[in-house]
Design a protein around this ligand. Structure first.
Ligand SMILES: *Cc1c(COP(=O)(O)O)cnc(C)c1O
Length: 222
């Protein structure tokens, strides 16, 4: 087997079976994705709508495409018909756009709410107060074509493992808070998307249900 396939197999051996592996294929060619696919991988994450659409058209239909990067409202229409999960919902405006476009084609799109858990300023996402205000709003209550399945976050890019752990711990706390307050009877609200190549082991210890791993599978990006 090729290196990419071997990386998939060894990650699947290490990750508990209840934790889903999202293979982050951004910037990588379709040939690399096919190598992962041939090793059994079916969930791929991309951070640009245009790139995802191009790749989807060249690859098998049973791939689940996950949008993991910041999504502009004007790009929603291009992926709404096929995207399996949007990890990066970071505003009411974006959620409304996904809802409106999905409604037009009679689809329900699964979404995660992205939280800002890192100390870096540049990362997108809600605070817990902002998310609760949104979920409690009248506008939110009318959305019928999106399904909120959980939360997502990125930890600070640092060697300081205790900081990373605290941030993942906080995200898992936000998940529990939302579950208890709004989604207690909704079994579909169950995902905590956290953990990347450098920190997925800590994320799993803190309760991740979905890890998003790129460079450990495909090699470093340019
Ligand atoms: C690029 C990216 C990843 C994967 O990063 P690696 O360090 O290569 O595993 C995960 N999540 C998001 C949101 C990303 O943009």
């Amino acid at each position: 087997m090729n290196v990419i396939g071997e990386n998939i197999i060894s990650l699947k051996q290490e990750i508990p079976v209840v934790v889903k592996l999202v293979a982050v294929s951004k910037t990588k060619p379709v040939g690399d994705i096919l190598e992962a696919y041939n090793a059994g991988q079916r969930i791929f994450g991309e951070n640009r709508a245009g790139e995802m659409l191009l790749k989807k058209d060249q690859l098998p239909d049973d791939i689940e495409w996950h949008m993991i990067g910041h999504l502009q409202t004007n790009k929603v229409k291009s992926i709404v018909s096929f995207v399996s999960l949007v990890h990066s919902v970071d505003s009411l405006r974006l959620l409304k756009t996904i809802n409106d476009e999905a409604l037009k084609i009679r689809r329900v799109v699964d979404c995660l709410l992205q939280f800002h858990i890192a100390t870096e300023e540049t990362k997108f996402g809600f605070s817990i107060d902002e998310a609760m205000a949104m979920i409690g709003s009248e506008e939110f209550s009318k959305f019928e074509s999106v399904r909120i399945c959980g939360v997502m976050g990125m930890a600070t890019f640092t060697e300081d493992n205790s900081l990373v752990r605290n941030e993942f711990h906080a995200l898992a706390g936000h998940f529990r808070m939302l579950k208890e307050s709004y989604f207690a009877n909704i079994p579909g609200f169950r995902e905590i998307s956290m953990g990347m190549s450098g920190d997925f082991r800590i994320a799993i210890e803190e309760g991740s249900s979905m890890v998003r791993i790129g460079s450990l599978i495909f090699g470093e990006r340019k």
